[in-house]
Ligand binder design. Structure first.
Ligand SMILES: CC(C)(COP(=O)(O)OP(=O)(O)OC[C@H]1O[C@@H](n2cnc3c(N)ncnc32)[C@H](O)[C@@H]1OP(=O)(O)O)[C@@H](O)C(=O)NCCC(=O)NCCS
Length: 329
């Protein structure tokens, strides 16, 4: 019997309607459209508005659309891996909440926290359940309501992040398509440069933590940039080497959308021209776990069976990694 690979058989995405432009940010913090565009590549981002709406509500839109496209019902899903840094609640897992909201009554699931590398970790771990034969339909969701943990008085972070969610379905493929390889890395000593100070067990919420704005993203941008640009490029180059892929063999690079300059550096290290790089950072900013599935969703109509696709990400933790897959449809 030929080897079972985990193939992406459907993809869908959802971004909220509200568009937060650089122009509007100019009226909120001391910044300019010119500064944001030249330093990050971002022009606008989406914000989820509405009392009581969380990341799972965006996931409901993304996943219901995905199920419809694939022509299956929610009760056929066996496992949900919900990659998010902004779960609806500290517990239970957003995977459980999503399963309830979409009616996936036969699924079990868990949340996966690897900051901006979450979706890569999720695809790689989800693939193991398919390859082992344990499951036949695994949903990997990547999404964040970053606006819920952003301090809109901090110009160094509020210009970067946005809200959005994407999802893919993994199913067995015995024709040689799907996830071929993955490299996952982490270095917890990098946590000092990018984290949320309070709200966890080490520093639970209090009046003081709220007053000090400790429930929002803390980032030392330059330090993170330095690690991100090196590690994301290195890991993408490593997965190409390991699979004997030349830059001509790579059909698409799907990079995490944190900063256009990091994306360009990764593509250049791989020797891949800009026409092969999926970039939507200008419209959505950094949606953390959402960036890669949102790219796949937006480029889906241009993808062809057999395309060699490299996913690459870097995020808080630090976490980083790369996935090599052969598109299956
Ligand atoms: C955050 C980031 C865009 C900042 O860009 P940068 O070129 O490193 O800018 P710096 O932090 O060095 O700041 C340069 C200057 O711009 C200022 N500045 C920062 N944010 C600004 C803003 N929104 N508007 C205007 N000026 C700003 C700084 O105060 C600093 O001023 P100074 O020189 O007078 O001190 C960039 O560091 C970055 O993208 N980092 C990585 C993010 C990332 O990949 N995160 C990974 C998690 S997914």
């Amino acid at each position: 019997m030929s080897k079972i690979h985990a193939a992406i058989t459907a993809v869908n995405g959802y971004v909220p309607e509200y568009v937060l432009t650089n122009k509007e940010l100019e009226s909120i913090v001391d910044t300019t459209d010119e500064w944001i565009t030249s330093r990050t590549g971002i022009k606008e981002r989406r914000i989820l508005k509405g009392e009581g709406l969380g990341t799972s509500d965006m996931a409901v839109h993304a996943v219901n659309g995905l199920l419809k496209k694939r022509g299956i019902t929610a009760d056929e899903i066996e496992l949900i891996i919900f990659c998010t840094t902004t779960p609806d609640l500290p517990f239970p897992a957003s995977a459980n909440i999503l399963a309830d909201k979409i009616g996936a009554k036969n699924a079990w699931g868990y949340d996966l926290q690897a900051a901006c590398s979450g979706f890569i970790y999720g695809v790689s771990t989800g693939a193991q359940f398919i390859e082992s034969g344990k499951h036949k339909k695994v949903l990997v969701v990547g999404g964040d309501k970053m606006s819920s943990i952003i301090n809109y008085q901090d110009r160094t972070t509020c210009i970067i992040f946005g809200d959005g969610c994407g999802a893919v379905l993994l199913e067995p493929n015995e024709e040689g398509y799907g996830v071929m390889d993955s490299i996952l890395r982490s270095d917890g000593s990098g946590r000092q440069f990018l984290h949320q100070k309070a709200g966890g067990s080490a520093r639970p919420a209090s009046h003081e933590t709220v007053d000090n704005n400790e429930h929002s993203v803390y980032q030392e941008g330059q330090a993170v940039f330095k690690f991100a640009v090196t590690n994301m490029a290195d890991v993408a180059a490593e997965i190409m080497d390991r699979n004997n892929l030349t830059s001509d063999d790579v059909t698409w690079l799907v990079p995490h959308q944190a900063n256009k300059r990091i994306i360009d550096a990764t593509a250049s290290r791989m020797g891949v021209g800009s026409e092969k790089v999926m970039i939507n950072i200008q419209r959505y900013g950094n949606t953390t776990n959402g960036t890669i599935p949102l790219c796949l969703w937006e480029w889906e109509s241009q993808l062809k069976k057999g395309d060699n696709i490299i996913l690459a990400a870097f995020g808080g933790g630090f976490t980083w990694g790369s996935v090599y897959l052969k598109w299956a449809y």
